[in-house]
Each structure stands twice: as C-alpha cells, then as structure tokens.
Design a protein around this ligand. Structure first.
Ligand code: FAD
Length: 395
C-alpha cells in the first residue's frame, strides 16, 4: 500500500471514530465555534469535536507541530481536507487567526512571535480581527491614515478603522498603521499585532441590512503597542499586507464550501417552488438556468482542483489563483439571484409567516453581495487580473 493510501485510511478511520454525528453537516451561524478568550460551544458535541481536533493539531493541520499544528505536508493536508469533506465534517474552529494572522506570522514572524501567537490560535485561545480599511481607505488601502508614532520602545496609535469584522468579539488585531507620513504611501506602513484589551481601543458595532452586526468601526486613542509587535520590518508592512490579502482571497474564492448558508441549492429551490417531475424542475427556462449554474460551479471546482494538483507537481502558474475570488464570489451572487427569482414571494422572508429556510435564503441572498466587496471588490480584482495576470498596461 502506498504511503498516501495508508495516510488516507488512517485519517478516515480517525474521523469516523472521533467526529460526532451532529458535527457532520454544515454549521448554521449560531452553531459555529469561534476561538477566543470567550470561546463558547453551542453543544457538547461541538466541544468534544473541538477538543479532539486541538489535541491532534487538526484545527491547523498544515502548521508545524511545535506551533500547535499536525505537521502535515501539502499532500497530506489535501488528503485530510478531502476526508473532512467526504464526511461533511464541520471545521472544529473558525478564526481569522487560522486563515490570515497565523499564516502571516508563520511567513514573516520572528521565532518569538511564532511561539507566542501560533499555539494560542491552534488551541482556539485567541480570536483575531483585521484592521485594514479606514473611512477614507478601502480599495485605495495604501492611502490609510491611522498613525503610529514612535515613543521609545513603543508606538502610540491614533485613528480609526472601519468594517472591522467581529472587532467587538476579538482578542487581538493585526492592523496596518502609518509610521512614516513623508514616504511614498506604500512605503510608510507597518503591520502591527496588538491586544484589543489595550487601553484606548474601542469597537463600535455597525448594523447590517440583514439585522446582524457583523462588523465595527474601531477607534484607537493613544494606544501604546510595543515595537516588538511589528510583523516584518517597520515601514515594510505593505509586503505583509498584500500577502494576507492573498490568503483572504484564496479563502473567499471558495465561499460555497466555507460560507454559512441554509444548504439550499438552486435545484432544490426549483423543485420545491416550480414543480418536480421525476427529479426534473418542470419550468424549462429555470431548468436551463439551474443547469448553467451547476456547470459553472463544477467548472470552478475542477479548475481549483487542477490548480492545486499542478501546484503540488511544481508546474502551476500562480497567476491563475487571481481569478478565483472574482469568479467564485460573482457565481455565488448569481446563484442566490436565481434562487430568489424561483422562490418568488417566499424569498421575501423576514419574520412571521416565513419558514426558517426562507428567512435564511433572504439573508444568504443579501449576504452574498458582501463577498464581492470584502477582501477587495470585484472591480479591483479585475484590475489586478488585468495588470498582474494578463500584463495589460495600467492606462
Ligand atoms: C462583509 C465585509 C467584511 C469586511 N471585513 C473587513 C475587515 O474585517 N477588516 C477590514 O479592514 N475591512 C473589511 N471590509 C472592508 C472591505 O475590505 C472594503 O469594503 C473593500 O476593500 C472596499 O473598500 P470601500 O468599502 O472603501 O469601497 P471603495 O474603495 O470606496 O469603493 C467603492 C466602489 O468604487 C469601486 N472602485 C474603487 N476604486 C476603483 C478602481 N481603481 N477601479 C475600479 N473601481 C473602483 C469599487 O469597486 C466599489 O464598487 C469588509 C467588507 C465587507 C463587505
């Protein structure tokens, strides 16, 4: 038996034995386990699943063991993910630390920073948020103004960030600050890590159209941060920031599998609201639209798989990854447009008189619109593809 086959069998057997039945389905928002100082478990099974995974390093399987991971190489990580998907296992922990802060610390951190932060993320002890956007700096991120002035061994931070997802529930922030106002804008930025419990930090929630308060405006009033908390060199934070955006866009390119949603598909909605004849949606026009969606979705999945396979063989072109965030999030939006069209008045669900699934579909439809904004808008993605992948001139 090949090493890969034996590894797959070992993972499969472990998951089958250790993943509780109730953890083998997509989690609703209230069922997710966010790591952090105030970690809460919606059920005993969620706690058991989390603890078993932490013990094996499975919250971050590809991180080295000394930092709390399982030490899997790329191929093993892929097999692990495939086996998780096969059983429909929920992620044991969600945390921006796993997707973004941690990978950045692994790549740019000092040994001291790695030892301080990574095990806490792997064990779900600290929840992270991202302080990039400001009221005057979103797409033009390098224009950010939040200032960090030098004072001995510390920086003193003043300014504000906006759209900081879950800042009011997070323990630490990775934050872009201006440390040199005279340098060209990309060259005066530092990437800082600090505790949200520091004196002078305030996170004010902003209510969304869905009624939820996903993100905050975050204010910094003379917040003192040790200089050793800079990730990478002073004034060289733009390099780290761009890398983190790549991690974010990779994550967002696969919203179908990572998003929290009602689990309904265009096909199931069509069958339910338009009629079903032996598994076929009766309305011909919508049947074709559903087929088109399914073909596009499958095409995207296969292209992503191909990119990963080529990358593992060392023959891939990294520029290909740039298209996935754009295509994935636009596809997600059209999927929900199609679903609400087919559901008609049932897609107006907001309160009484609607089923839980109908209300969730309305929320998912509105929520999908944010995915083509967060992590860089679709227009910005097209600019990046034009410039960096296709090599087109800027003007
Ligand atoms: C759900 C969600 C979660 C978020 N979470 C976070 C977070 O945790 N931390 C954080 O820091 N930020 C977060 N953001 C903010 C996000 O990164 C910004 O909203 C995004 O980068 C766009 O910036 P903006 O909102 O300032 O829009 P703007 O930059 O003002 O853009 C407005 C419009 O102009 C277009 N536009 C701008 N420049 C160009 C150009 N050069 N060419 C063509 N079109 C252009 C844009 O595409 C957009 O349609 C989040 C956003 C959302 C929606």
């Amino acid at each position: 038996m090949s090493d890969s086959k034996a590894f797959r069998q070992e993972i499969r057997a472990w998951l089958e034995e250790n993943c509780p039945e109730s953890m083998r389905s997509k989690a609703k928002p209230e069922e997710q386990v966010w790591g952090g100082r105030n970690i809460q478990f919606p059920s005993e099974d969620a706690r058991v699943w989390f603890e078993r995974c932490v013990e094996k390093g499975y919250c971050v399987p590809d991180w080295p063991k000394e930092y709390g991971g399982a030490g899997f190489d790329q191929k093993q990580t892929r097999i692990f993910q495939q086996e998780m998907t096969r059983l429909n296992c929920r992620p044991p922990q969600v945390n921006l630390g796993i997707w973004m802060a941690g990978p950045a610390i692994l790549e740019f951190g000092t040994e001291e920073q790695k030892r301080e932060h990574l095990p806490k993320i792997a064990r779900g002890e600290i929840r992270w948020c991202q302080g990039y956007s400001e009221p005057g700096a979103g797409s033009d991120l390098a224009g950010l103004q939040c200032k960090a002035e030098s004072d001995g061994d510390e920086y003193v931070i003043n300014g504000s960030k906006i759209w900081t997802s879950y800042a009011d529930h997070s323990d630490w922030i990775y934050c872009l600050v201006r440390t040199d106002s005279d340098a060209p804008k990309h060259n005066g930025i530092t990437f800082l890590l600090f505790d949200m419990a520091s004196e002078g930090v305030e996170a004010k929630p902003i209510e969304l159209i869905t009624g939820e308060t996903h993100f905050c405006q975050t204010f910094f009033d003379n917040v003192r941060v040790p200089k050793k908390n800079a990730l990478g060199e002073e004034n060289k934070g733009w390099t780290v920031a761009k890398r983190v955006l790549e991690f974010e866009r990779d994550m967002m390119s696969d919203m179908e599998s990572t998003a929290v949603n009602s689990g309904q598909s265009p096909r199931s909605i069509g069958q339910k609201f338009l009629g079903d004849e032996d598994g076929r949606v009766t309305d011909e026009v919508f049947r074709h639209a559903i087929a088109k969606h399914e073909v596009q979705r499958r095409g995207l999945e296969m292209s992503q798989q191909r990119m990963i396979d080529e990358y593992m063989q060392g023959i891939g072109d990294p520029r290909i990854a740039m298209i996935f965030k754009y295509v994935g999030t636009e596809e997600e939006k059209s999927k929900y447009e199609l679903m609400v069209k087919m559901a008609g008045e049932h897609s107006l669900g907001w309160g009484e008189g609607y089923t839980e699934n109908e209300i969730q579909m309305t929320k998912d439809w509105m929520g999908a619109k944010t995915h083509s904004i967060a992590g860089g808008t679709s227009e910005i993605q097209l600019n990046i593809i034009a410039k960096r992948a296709l090599g087109l001139p800027e003007k």
